[in-house]
Design a protein around this ligand. Structure first.
Ligand SMILES: Cn1cc(C(=O)NCCN2CCCC2)ccc1=O
Length: 116
């Protein structure tokens, strides 16, 4: 089949994998800090400190709107979530701890679905 069709099939497969991992993270007990954008009225300094806010609902929207051109763009946004969390939260805070465990979960699951 033509290159363009092969590429579209590959991307559809990659996005299905992204949806799977996203759904698993959303279902996790420790996903609560990451389900929606950080409320900047509740945390007024957030906008100033975090230059690229990101959350699981935004990533879901981007998958469904066809924003991602590869699974690597998806993983880059996922890692922004966890890096933002480390920037804004103490490691031993509830949100900080949730961020570390969700990052570990994500990276382990991503490796399972993407044997290197
Ligand atoms: C990622 N992140 C999240 C928070 C947070 O508190 N999110 C939860 C907000 N409430 C939970 C139930 C209703 C709204 C704080 C700092 C931070 O970096």
């Amino acid at each position: 089949p033509p290159k363009k069709e092969r590429g579209n099939k590959k991307l559809a497969k990659e996005m299905a994998m992204c949806r799977t991992v996203l759904a698993e993270l959303e279902a996790h007990d420790e996903a609560w800090p990451f389900l929606l954008p950080v409320n900047t009225k509740q945390f007024p300094t957030y906008k100033k400190i975090i230059k690229s806010p990101m959350d699981l609902s935004t990533i879901k929207k981007r998958i469904n709107e066809g924003v991602y051109k590869s699974k690597d763009e998806f993983t880059a946004d996922m890692r922004i979530i966890f890096n933002n969390c480390e920037t804004f939260n103490e490691d031993d805070s509830p949100v900080g701890k949730a961020g570390h465990s969700m990052r570990t979960l994500f990276e382990a699951r991503w490796l399972e679905l993407n044997p290197q």
